[in-house]
Design a protein around this ligand. Structure first.
Ligand SMILES: O=C(O)CCC(=O)C(=O)O
Length: 304
């Protein structure tokens, strides 16, 4: 669907002006839109998963731990697909305001892809370097987005996520170094082409929502403040977008239709997208942090 086709459907929760702004800028910030009841449920659900992490001494496919993590003092970078482990998180992302926002921006037929719980723990929570999400999971079209729910207040010193307005209409960058090694972030010479003075930083009280298009350039700094910045991210596509390489973090919820109906045809956008490594090979997909921080074996891409 084109933006005009999406906008021709009546909205569920957003105003027409908010929808138009999203298509214009590639992002949206909705301060304090989620109810305090939902935020309390999500904090409880995520808190239970953090409790579970006390038993872990190293990262696994679901829990990405900071090196300082311990049973006495958990420190997590991320939980992968917390919606698989927490009923509250799944009910929230599949049947609450976030799914309606996705329908307002993707069209009435919406497919759920994954959730990521990014903690950005107080006093050192890791930087996320600049990238576009679509290069991690190319689809037949670009109607994909990620919705972040702020579980705590987010201010400038906590490493809020920054976006480059309008970058969703610009080039899609390759995320390999010159040796063909996946780095999951822009190369220096591509970074030099971006005007970072235009960055908008997404902040607000707990219960605020941020949305970014899969093509929008974004990143966030290390959190050196005394307050963590837990951000629950949910990624969706229009039902007629299909991945043409293995999706990085599949759960039994991935590809479920959460609004409207399944597509009977794929929508094909003619603009090609750079390919990620083959996530079905080797150790497969681990975490955005692993490659950006150069912590593990190289994944390479390009022709087989
Ligand atoms: O948590 C953030 O600040 C950025 C999230 C992000 O870009 C990602 O997880 O891919």
């Amino acid at each position: 669907m084109t933006p005009d086709q999406i906008l021709s459907h009546p909205p569920r929760v957003l105003t027409q002006a908010q929808r138009e702004r999203y298509f214009e800028t590639g992002y949206l910030l909705l301060p304090g839109i989620v109810s305090t009841e939902w935020i309390a449920r999500l904090r409880t659900g995520i808190g239970e998963l953090v409790e579970h992490s006390r038993k872990l001494t190293e990262s696994n496919s679901e829990y990405d731990l900071e090196t300082e993590h311990s049973a006495a003092s958990p420190r997590l970078r991320r939980i992968v697909n917390p919606s698989s482990a927490s009923r509250s998180v799944w009910e929230y992302v599949s049947d609450a305001v976030v799914a309606d926002i996705a329908a307002d921006l993707l069209g009435p037929d919406v497919k759920f892809l994954d959730t990521q719980m990014n903690f950005k723990w107080a006093r050192g929570g890791t930087e996320i370097k600049w990238h576009q999400d679509i290069t991690y999971f190319p689809h037949t079209n670009y109607n994909l987005l990620t919705i972040g729910t702020m579980l705590e207040d987010v201010g400038p010193e906590q490493g809020p996520m920054g976006v480059i307005p309008g970058s969703h209409r610009g080039p899609i960058f390759e995320l390999y170094d010159k040796g063909g090694r996946w780095i999951g972030t822009l190369r220096d010479h591509d970074m030099a082409t971006v005007d970072f003075s235009k960055a908008a930083y997404l902040m607000g009280p707990a219960g605020s929502i941020q949305v970014h298009s899969c093509r929008t350039l974004h990143g966030s700094a290390q959190n050196n403040s005394d307050r963590s910045r837990p951000l629950l991210l949910a990624t969706y596509s229009s039902a007629d977008a299909f991945p043409y390489v293995p999706y990085p973090v599949v759960s039994d919820q991935t590809f479920r239709i959460v609004r409207g109906r399944p597509a009977v045809r794929a929508h094909l956008d003619p603009e090609p997208c750079p390919l990620p490594p083959d996530w079905s090979k080797g150790k497969g997909y681990q975490s955005i942090f692993v490659w950006q921080q150069k912590e593990d074996v190289a994944m390479t891409g390009g022709a087989p």
